[in-house]
Design a protein around this ligand. Structure first.
Ligand SMILES: O=C[C@H](O)COP(=O)(O)O
Length: 319
């Protein structure tokens, strides 16, 4: 377990935005704060990081992805033991067909990638995707509505999906953080928590920027221990995946999952080789050390004997 300590400025920012949103939504601010117990504790416990593959939503959201492309990512997901495959709605059935006998999940994107369609369309997509085999949904918020301070709309957009699907199906709310400032990120996270979504997610991977560690930290600071953060968009390396995880991400959305895991494995191999070399060196040093000690002891003893003999000789020569 590691701990994410919330700095006073962040706590102040979240508190201020929660009070402000409560006014806009005409709800009791305490309702917000009962969902955010970590704010008074000023810290969040993060789970101990494990192998990177278990965090990865292996993703192909390319509009031109063929059936073969979907089969390929499903095979890779099985081989590398990823968390899920993440696909467009019309590919869910194929992905489910490939993965139904495994523990792997199928995640479908909803309202993707722009998020500006009607709520009813998003709800329809969500229900259909679950019927087709998805057990996770990654929906895009209506960024323009958030920026227009139409918080009721954004809340209803998310809540309508939560209410339409089985509670076992996890909803990830994509914020498109590269288009938001800090206050807007906090607002979007607060609305997601209030709507009952399990995850907030940084990016679609189709806009002008992707996941940043500082945004992950801020998002985790808002949603706390009981909700999760998914980092996505532009994550290409093991190093950056680890950075996201250490800042609070429990899921990594990436189209380069295989590359990321191979990097981790190569690093492990290198480290193992280093360890092996260290051990070998230690063994050789020990052997050398033993040899030196043996040599020294022997020469010391023979030296002692020689001195004794010479002393004896000298003693008798007196007579
Ligand atoms: O949700 C996941 C993103 O679309 C993946 O983006 P990426 O292709 O930059 O890894």
């Amino acid at each position: 377990m590691t701990t994410l300590v919330l700095d006073p400025e962040t706590v102040q920012l979240i508190t201020k935005r929660a009070n402000r949103l409560a006014k806009f939504l005409n709800i009791d601010a305490d309702k917000f704060f009962s969902l955010l117990p970590h704010l008074s504790k000023k810290q969040i416990k993060l789970p101990k990081p494990t192998n990177v593959a278990s965090y990865i939503d292996h993703t192909n959201l390319h509009p031109y992805a063929t059936k073969e492309d979907i089969i390929k990512i499903c095979k890779e997901a099985k081989e590398f033991n990823f968390a899920s495959v993440c696909v467009n709605a019309s590919r869910v059935r194929e992905a489910y067909k490939q993965l139904k006998d495994t523990k792997l999940k199928v995640a479908a994107v909803v309202g993707f990638p722009l998020g500006s369609m009607q709520t009813e369309s998003k709800v329809f997509e969500s229900v259909q995707a679950v019927e087709d085999g998805a057990t996770e949904l990654d929906m895009v918020i209506d960024v323009g509505k958030l920026k227009s301070q139409d918080y009721k709309y954004v809340l209803n957009d998310i809540q309508s999906i939560v209410e339409a699907i089985d509670p076992e199906v996890h909803l990830k709310v994509i914020l498109e953080t590269c288009k938001l400032d800090e206050e807007e990120i906090v607002d979007a996270c607060l609305l997601s928590v209030l709507a009952g979504a399990q995850f907030v997610k940084t990016s679609t991977g189709f806009s002008t920027g992707g996941a940043k560690a500082k945004d992950i930290k801020l998002m985790k600071s808002v949603v706390g221990e009981n909700r999760e953060v998914k980092a996505s968009g532009g994550i290409r390396t093991y190093e950056s995946s680890l950075e996201m995880i250490l800042n609070g991400a429990t899921r990594i959305g990436a189209s380069k999952g295989v590359q990321i895991v191979n990097e981790e494995r190569n690093k492990d191999k290198k480290n193992n080789k280093k360890e092996e070399k260290k051990h070998n060196f230690a063994d050789v040093s020990m052997a050398l050390g033993a040899g030196v000690i043996f040599g020294l002891t022997t020469s010391f003893l023979t030296g002692k004997k020689r001195i004794k003999k010479e002393k004896k000789k000298r003693f008798f020569s007196i007579f």
